[in-house]
Design a protein around this ligand. Structure first.
Ligand SMILES: [Zn+2]
Ligand SMILES: [Zn+2]
Length: 275
């Protein structure tokens, strides 16, 4: 199994850290987790055609994680996709996809009619909405999903990818979550989001003390992420979804190492991790 970080950023734009997205792959499967800004360019960069992706899993419906969903679908049509899209996501995913499709309906109908491509299966979207917990088999990969805590977001999920006795745990966006520690036990790799303490400053009226407090409160601070990894007893901790995207790396590593006992991997767009 391989994990490719496609986007390690957050809503704040950073040309080195695209919007949140990850690819989990084996010889037989390609699963995309989230589709943040720039995901199709990142897939193109690693020469993975969106026509070939077996399933899309959504952690939650925050815009930074789903903003390029329509672009992903359209570009898969342009890449000669001949199979429907399987999308797995939280409650509300069906409504969300329907609204996007409605917004582009006129343009899409006109384009399909005019361009006369041989297949329109890429516009056939099969959506499954998550319950609180479950398992989904995609070819040779078993995906286990569980709720995490990203309140006020009502439905937010973390995932385990299970392949040949190896486990990859993806936290999704969450404040410190008991479920990540419970389901992520002994993971080979824990991919965890992080809010880096002390890096975001109150700058003007747009970012108040309240803003800083609230943003931190629904993410996992750097002062706790190493402790979570330690309790999870994972072999490797990979950090992603950096808030903010620019920070003192040495300082972050040091803080996390103190708690985790090992160096974390500071995620970067396009790095690959074998599991
Ligand atoms: Zn996010
Ligand atoms: Zn979020």
């Amino acid at each position: 199994m391989q994990l490719t970080l496609l986007g390690t950023g957050c809503p704040k734009v950073d040309h080195k850290r695209f919007g949140p997205a990850n690819l989990v792959s084996t010889n037989k499967s390609l699963i995309l987790v989230d589709c943040g800004s720039g995901v199709t360019q990142r897939l193109d960069k690693i020469k993975v055609s969106s026509a070939k992706i077996d399933a899309l899993f959504l952690t939650h419906l925050h815009s930074d994680h789903v903003i390029d969903l329509y672009q992903l679908i359209i570009s898969s049509w342009h890449s000669y996709r001949t199979k429907p899209w399987k999308v797995f996501g939280p409650k509300g995913t069906k409504k969300f996809v329907k609204k996007i499709f409605d917004a582009w309906k006129y343009e899409r109908v006109q384009r399909i009619k005019y361009e006369q491509r041989s297949s329109i299966e890429s516009f056939n979207i099969k959506i499954t909405e998550f319950k609180d917990y479950g398992k989904i088999k995609i070819n040779d990969l078993l995906v286990e999903y569980f709720t995490v805590d990203h309140k006020p977001v009502k439905y937010a999920y973390g995932f385990n990818f299970l392949y040949k006795n190896k486990k990859l745990t993806i936290s999704g966006d969450t404040r410190p979550s008991e479920n990540v520690m419970k389901y992520g036990q002994l993971a080979e790799v824990l991919l965890h989001e992080v809010f880096i303490d002390g890096e975001l400053k109150k700058t003007n009226k747009m970012r108040t003390a309240k803003t800083l407090h609230n943003v931190k409160a629904y993410h996992t601070p750097s002062s706790l992420v190493g402790k979570i990894a330690k309790l999870t007893r994972c072999k490797k901790l990979v950090l992603t979804h950096f808030v903010p995207t620019k920070f003192n790396e040495r300082k972050l590593k040091k803080v996390v190492r103190t708690d985790f006992g090992k160096d974390p991997i500071i995620g970067r767009d396009l790095i690959k991790i074998k599991i």
